[in-house]
Design a protein around this ligand. Structure first.
Ligand SMILES: Cc1ncc(COP(=O)(O)O)c(C=O)c1O
Length: 344
């Protein structure tokens, strides 16, 4: 009988809903307005011949390296950051080694670490989810081969300082340090300028979030040329599809679109924080989730993550979506009572 490897059988299932998400979707950190209209123009211009060919990535990879100010040999286009995580794990991990994951965080790290048979070492964030630099340093050993850090983090929004990240990278020359900058545009600080300066530092970027292209699946992994050449061996030469490749150059040029959206999200975050403060909502509950869903607003239950008991993650989006969200929150709280009155 055909059997999956033990490491695969041991994986916790990571199963985001792949359909039936009816309502306003604030549950998956997607862009709530979509991508730059220039994408539609690119899509209209795609020819059947283009689709018949295997994707040709070289010129887009060069353009993206220029955009990120790294050398072309320091960049690998990937099928979103998900694939960047996957190929890093495949390149550096095996059942004899360990990977440090600062939790709570994005679930895909644990998934791809686990699939290699390596041991995932969760390091719990500090109170208020602050980044636990000292605990990460204390968890290092000579079997550590990967440290995965989302900066800013999902689902907490917390950040690790540049000084702390560099300290960790310098303290673990035997490990790949993956700084996942999926939300860079909303934060503005990056370690990209350190690419190639540190022999073990990788930075991942995506076009799924601020750029609104989660459906096209395109991102990039950047790191030292020698390491990227190792990682490249694991990735399919056709990992990024021709439609995504055709759209990317135009998308890069429409920085106004990205900036407008980022500004709107910052304003939305202020409004949401003010509202939650005035409603006195320190944590969230199952009745809250259900009642919000009944009102057509999907938010994400993260209460099963380590350190996240009673927490819900809400995507911040465009003003009109924040209007709907805030109105649904007010009505929900009026219906079920403030969280202190219901069981967590
Ligand atoms: C921290 C983080 N990294 C990566 C991703 C996935 O990015 P991509 O769509 O590029 O695979 C997400 C998506 O939610 C995320 O929150």
């Amino acid at each position: 009988m055909l059997r999956a490897r033990q490491a695969i059988k041991d994986l916790r299932e990571y199963r985001p809903p792949l359909g039936d998400r009816v309502g306003m979707r604030l549950d998956f950190n997607e862009n709530t307005v979509g991508a730059s209209p220039r994408v539609l123009q690119c899509l209209r211009e795609i020819t059947l011949e283009q689709l018949a060919r295997y994707p040709e990535r070289e010129s887009v990879e060069l353009a993206l390296a220029r955009f990120f100010r790294v050398r072309p040999e320091e960049l690998l286009l990937t099928n979103g950051i998900d694939e960047a995580i996957h190929v890093i794990c495949e390149t550096y991990l095996d059942p004899q080694v360990q990977a440090i994951i600062v939790v709570p965080t994005f679930g895909v790290y644990e998934l791809f670490v686990g699939a290699t048979g390596a041991k995932a070492i969760p390091v719990l964030a500090k109170q208020d989810f602050a980044f636990p630099t000292e605990a990460v340093l204390a968890a290092l050993n000579d079997r550590t081969r990967l440290i995965a850090i989302a900066n800013p983090n999902n689902p907490t929004g917390q950040v690790a300082s540049r000084v702390d990240l560099l300290r960790i990278a310098n303290s673990a020359p035997q490990a790949a340090i993956l700084v996942d900058e999926a939300y860079f545009e909303f934060y503005g600080e990056t370690l990209l300028d350190q690419i190639g300066r540190l022999p073990n530092l990788f930075v991942a970027r995506t076009f799924s979030k601020a750029y609104g292209l989660a459906g096209l699946r395109i991102g990039a992994l950047m790191g030292p040329a020698e390491q990227i050449s190792a990682v490249r061996r694991v990735a399919s030469p056709y990992n990024v599809n021709s439609v995504a490749l055709a759209c990317l150059p135009a998308v890069l040029q429409d920085q106004n679109f990205v900036q407008r959206y980022v500004d709107e999200v910052h304003q939305g975050r202020e409004r949401l924080q003010d509202e939650l403060r005035s409603l006195g909502i320190p944590y969230w509950t199952r009745p809250f989730l259900n009642e919000m869903r009944r009102r057509g607003v999907l938010v994400r239950d993260r209460s099963h993550d380590l350190g996240c008991e009673g927490c819900v993650r809400i995507t911040v989006g465009a003003a009109e979506h924040m209007d709907q969200l805030l109105s649904a929150i007010r009505k929900t709280i009026a219906e079920i009572g403030s969280p202190k009155e219901v069981s967590a």
